[in-house]
Design a protein. Sequence first.
Length: 136
Amino acid sequence: MPVNKNALIRYKTIDRCLRNRYRRWTLDDLVEACSDALYEMEGITRGVSVRTIQGDLQIMRSDKLGYEAPIEVYDNKYYRYEDPDYSITDNPMNEDTCELVLKAVGMIRKRDSNSIEEIGDILEKVGEKLNALLLH
């Protein structure tokens, strides 16, 4: 789950930009779009750094928040989704999350007191992934 709502606003803004195939998005364009969105939604005037957007792109590409966004750089300058139909808001529960849910359900059914801590760890991971999916 994003650390705060500002990160979530940036992720959603980047997602909206990268879905727009009618425009070429440079890193500076993404910085400007995110800065504008934060100003409009939260009144934040200090803007966003290039480094922050680079980090956001890296997080969105990873599975840390469950996005695994297929972000590509083309012409060594422009960003877009490799899959034009991709969006972080349409990301279904992935196979890993399903396996974690099934494992937790199986352990709960057994009601084994030795596995309570492990169930808590699994449910925490599932909760993080589900929250990332539901907050879109």
